[in-house]
Design a protein around this ligand. Structure first.
Ligand code: UN1
Length: 492
């Protein structure tokens, strides 16, 4: 099956005529489809289409823009099951989770379409007589979006929907590993009535990304992916002073104190660490456990991790799917080796799965490292796979110090029954997201999503904060006194 770019309201092949293959990571014998391997020229055409559509789209009343988006949300809801199945085939995560991914796109679309009747600004009194003061949100122009493979529909929705409701136009470059879910999402927007040129999609590799991040007609770049690529995006965008939103890596910690409900903590660590095969930027890849309960925790955590069923995400018995690619699996394996060499103990897992059920995919055993110290690379670097490092601590203060001692700051959590300790951790963990008695994954669409330090650059997506990425404030003063009034001077 052949899939195309979407440019100016038409599904078109790349000018190069080239395509790339998308295959099922659980069984690479299954071809999902051929997608356009686009060039700089394709990206430029998409940017021109978006630029051309901007002047009329920005003038469509926001509630009317939102009506189209409400229709889109309904269409996604109608097709949820089919979209989820296709997503499992191209991305690998289990069906329950791909249903959740599609649901997150539905939720985000409904939530932000609701902003069509708000997009609130402020009114304020003026310091002068007969003068009115207010601020309004204004669209910015063409927004380029570069999205990852781990949330193939949710993350495009986090970016596209707020951009559209604010009145911008869009060029999306989805990950080469999960373009089908992006095609589904874009088709829904087309069917819902988004006018030609308002949303465009160009599939392909780094050449497309570079064109989108350097082109003079792109005003906003929103990127989710690795910290290394995020840095490049930022550098590419800097000469034109583009507004850049970056959402990058994480090394998220669950802290378990000695008074924790151990059963709850175990369930949370299993879901936070091995859900989505550890391939969430919010994944709980570190567990910091109080020494008093450490051994009991480890014993049970290891037993449960060992019992997880790994396989094809379409099989309802399976709990953990494959890594997304051979390259990603190799990265996981190299970190397992690094952990061993650093002197940590492989308490369970540690190997690629190669038996008959796993031979054609990128499967790895759920792996727990114990005896990990905070200076080890497996405690500091993002692995993005089914690998959890357990670090021992002696107190809440030490847990927080270890928790914060990484370059990232996306998500963290604490398990404790003590409200005082929970509030201290809430205050002192320097992350963008924090949970009490829940794992580090599971953000909801109506609160800001993002992180501190090397995770982000100060912006947030989701919640109303998403509007700040895709709109610009304009302050407006209306003087109806009929005379010149000088602010700060005519004070009588
Ligand atoms: C991501 O991993 O890039 O909070 C996004 C969560 C999900 C989103 C994760 N709602 O885990």
């Amino acid at each position: 099956m052949q899939f195309f770019n979407f440019v100016g309201g038409r599904w078109t092949p790349s000018a190069s005529g080239r395509t790339f293959e998308n295959r099922n990571p659980a069984d690479t014998r299954e071809l999902i489809g051929h997608f356009a391997d686009s060039t700089v020229a394709d990206a430029e055409q998409a940017i021109a289409a978006a630029r051309g559509a901007y002047d009329s789209w920005r003038l469509v009343p926001a509630p009317k823009r939102a009506e189209i988006l409400f229709r889109a949300a309904q269409l996604i809801a109608d097709r949820k099951e089919a979209f989820a199945r296709d997503m499992t085939r191209e991305m690998g995560k289990v069906l329950d989770e791909t249903r959740g991914d599609v649901q997150e796109a539905i939720d985000m679309t409904y939530f932000l379409a609701g902003e069509g009747r708000r997009l609130h600004g402020q009114t304020a009194p003026s310091e002068l007589r007969d003068k009115f003061a207010m601020s309004i949100r204004q669209p910015i122009g063409v927004c380029a979006m570069i999205t990852p493979w781990n949330f193939p529909m949710a993350i495009p929705s986090w970016k596209i929907i707020p951009a559209l409701v604010c009145g911008n136009t869009v060029v999306l470059k989805p990950s080469e590993l999960t373009p089908l879910s992006a095609v589904h999402f874009i088709k829904v927007l087309e069917e819902a009535g988004v006018p030609p040129g308002v949303v465009n999609m160009v599939t392909g590799g780094p050449a497309v990304g570079e064109a989108l991040t350097t082109h003079a007609d792109v005003s906003v770049v929103s990127f989710t992916g690795s910290t290394a690529v995020g840095r490049l995006v930022n550098q590419n965008a800097a000469p034109h002073f583009k507004k850049v939103h970056l959402e990058m890596g994480g090394k998220n910690a669950i802290m378990i104190l000695d008074d924790a409900n151990l059963e709850l903590a175990l369930e949370g660590c299993l879901w936070g660490g091995f859900g989505t095969t550890g391939q969430r930027c919010t994944a709980a890849s570190r567990v910091i456990v109080h020494e008093k309960i450490h051994d009991r925790f480890v014993e049970q955590f290891v037993a449960r991790a060992r019992a997880l069923r790994v396989g094809d995400g379409l099989d309802p018995q399976v709990q953990v799917g494959p890594s997304i690619s051979e390259k990603q699996l190799q990265k996981v394996m190299s970190y397992v080796e690094i952990g061993r060499q650093e002197g940590a103990t492989v308490a369970c897992g540690g190997s690629r799965l190669t038996g008959p059920a796993h031979a054609n995919g990128f499967f790895h055993e759920p792996t727990v490292f114990t005896g990990v110290t905070r200076s080890m690379r497996i405690a500091r670097e993002e692995i993005f796979g089914p690998v959890v490092s357990v670090v021992k601590c002696a107190s809440l203060d030490e847990a927080i110090a270890i928790g914060n001692d990484v370059v990232y700051g996306l998500s963290a959590s604490i398990y404790t029954q003590d409200v005082n300790r929970a509030f201290r951790a809430m205050r002192d963990m320097y992350t963008g997201i924090f949970y009490v008695n829940a794992p580090t994954i599971g953000a909801e669409v109506h609160l800001p999503f993002g992180g501190t330090k090397a995770t982000g650059n100060g912006h947030r997506e989701a919640g109303l904060a998403a509007l700040d990425v895709f709109s610009e404030w304009k302050s407006i003063y209306v003087d109806f006194s009929g005379k010149l009034q000088r602010a700060q001077i005519d004070t009588e």
